[in-house]
Design a protein around this ligand. Structure first.
Ligand code: ASP
Length: 334
């Protein structure tokens, strides 16, 4: 019988009505009709890891989770992480960066509380267990499974505040689906997310700044004083107001500045627009393109890279950071 270790972190799937309290891991599984002895056909080990809304997960929580998952998969067990959906895609992507394993690691949750009609937790957990237990789902990287769809962590994105079909993979699509309780994989990622061993030091600080029209850049002063790196969620395909080019270029002298798009889908460009504040201008001033990576995920990748030897007393290793982002942009396999 396949072994799957279930880590419960809290979230809607474990909510006790609308207040802050969350159920224990045992209660969550029991509420979903699952006990370690059955009836899933999977040998389940439960880890009651945290009991919080996912907005209150810290980087310390997530690095501790990655460490525990590393030990778990080394013992030959698949993994299901059960948490709130608000930050689910960030957990999944960070685990994809930090965990090296062929074992299936699946992140799931629920959009409807257990006490509401049509609660989706039981179906999502059943689907996640089926994926985590299936040898055909090995080697796909960390997966997000909700609403019977199987998404790669790299692409998965929460697109709707309340829909049970909230998760999508803009620009890519799901890798597969769970049909009649069985995973069916239709696509495999062209390359693994992780290029080299990565760790994450929660003491480092990487800012994400989403630009809005008329932005005067006052927050950049704070970034310069307090952070080790910056991701700019810029307009369109990677554009900023002309007056922010100089401050951003000055920041690149001190820290890596990654250029991402705030649009939610599609890659940053490199040579289509050439005026002040265009993507061409910014890349030539030292910013690093995020490619198709969403700003929130670009922030985690930059944080992991800075924690893993690309930051030193003499500055930062721009070529290595650029190469890591380029690895995920689909232009070629590393
Ligand atoms: N969707 C929320 C979360 O991500 C629900 C909650 O507060 O539990 O955890």
């Amino acid at each position: 019988m396949a072994r799957v270790t279930v880590f419960t972190l809290g979230g809607t799937i474990s909510a006790r009505g609308g207040d802050a309290a969350r159920m224990t891991g045992t209660e969550v599984l029991a509420g979903l009709g699952v006990t370690p002895a059955g009836p899933t056909g999977v040998d389940i080990e439960l880890r009651d890891f945290r009991r919080v809304p996912s907005s209150s997960l810290s980087l310390e929580d997530l690095t501790a989770l990655a460490d525990e998952i590393g030990t778990t998969v080394a013992g030959g067990s698949g993994v299901v992480v059960v948490q709130g959906t608000d930050t689910l895609e960030e957990t999944a992507f960070l685990l994809d960066l930090l965990c090296t394993t062929e074992e299936p690691v699946v992140v799931t949750g629920a959009m409807r509380r257990p006490d509401l009609p049509g609660a989706d937790g039981p179906a999502n957990l059943a689907a996640a267990l089926a994926v985590a237990a299936d040898p055909g789902c090995r080697g796909l990287g960390v997966l997000v499974v909700l609403a019977d769809e199987i998404h790669a962590a790299r692409f998965a994105h929460k697109t709707h505040t309340t829909s049970v079909a909230t998760f999508a993979s803009p620009g890519a699509g799901p890798l597969g689906a769970v049909v009649e309780g069985e995973p069916r994989i239709l696509l495999r990622p062209a390359a693994p997310t992780r290029l080299c061993p990565l760790r994450l030091d929660p003491a480092l600080r990487v800012a994400l700044l989403t630009l809005t029209v008329g932005d005067r850049g006052e927050l950049l002063d704070t970034v310069a004083e307090r952070y080790d790196g910056l991701v700019v969620a810029a307009f369109g395909a990677g554009h900023v107001p002309a007056w922010l080019v100089e401050p951003l270029a000055a920041l690149t002298e001190r820290m890596p500045v990654v250029l991402a798009s705030r649009t939610g889908a599609g890659a940053t460009l490199s040579r289509t627009y050439r005026g002040p504040g265009s993507e061409h201008d910014l890349l030539h001033r030292g910013l690093i393109p995020a490619g198709p990576l969403a700003p929130e995920k670009a922030r985690l990748l930059l944080h992991a890279l800075l924690s893993s030897g690309t930051k030193g007393p003499a500055g930062y290793d721009r070529p290595r950071i650029s190469a890591a982002f380029a690895h995920l942009d689909g232009t070629g396999l590393a």
